[in-house]
Design a protein around this ligand. Structure first.
Ligand SMILES: [Zn+2]
Length: 126
């Protein structure tokens, strides 16, 4: 059975899920030696490509290697989009999808292009 995350009421917009606690748990396990670096730094090559070429850079340092800076990669899933989602990196693209019929969900993943750390940061409905 999978993990079904629930956002605490009143903490985020409707339909939004914040994965900070799950991220902290993974990093705690990594720092305690319960998870190895190759288990937490396992970004898929396509995610790495998106992080380098089609992402939003942020000023946060990577929590694993501390050398790299994080990039946010956003994927939108919904009707008439590819089954693997559409990678978007601008508010204009998200607005264009939001105006379509149907329910769309955006997943934002943080990625370090240096060490391949990646973690789902948040998900929200458009
Ligand atoms: Zn890193």
């Amino acid at each position: 059975m999978g993990f079904i995350p629930v956002a605490p009421p009143g903490t985020m917009g409707e339909g939004a899920i914040d994965y900070r606690l799950a991220r902290q748990a993974v990093l705690r396990q990594y720092r305690a030696g319960e998870l190895s670096e190759h288990e937490v730094c396992d970004a898929h090559p396509e995610l790495m490509r998106a992080a380098v070429e089609y992402s939003t850079a942020i000023t946060e340092a990577c929590p694993v290697c501390a050398d790299g800076t994080l990039a946010l990669v956003s994927y939108v899933f919904g009707p008439r989009l590819p089954p693997y989602g559409r990678c978007v990196n601008s508010a204009a693209e998200i607005d264009r999808i939001r105006r379509r019929k149907g329910v769309f969900t955006c997943y934002v993943v943080e990625v370090c292009a240096d060490c391949r750390w990646n973690h789902l940061r948040r998900a929200y409905t458009l």
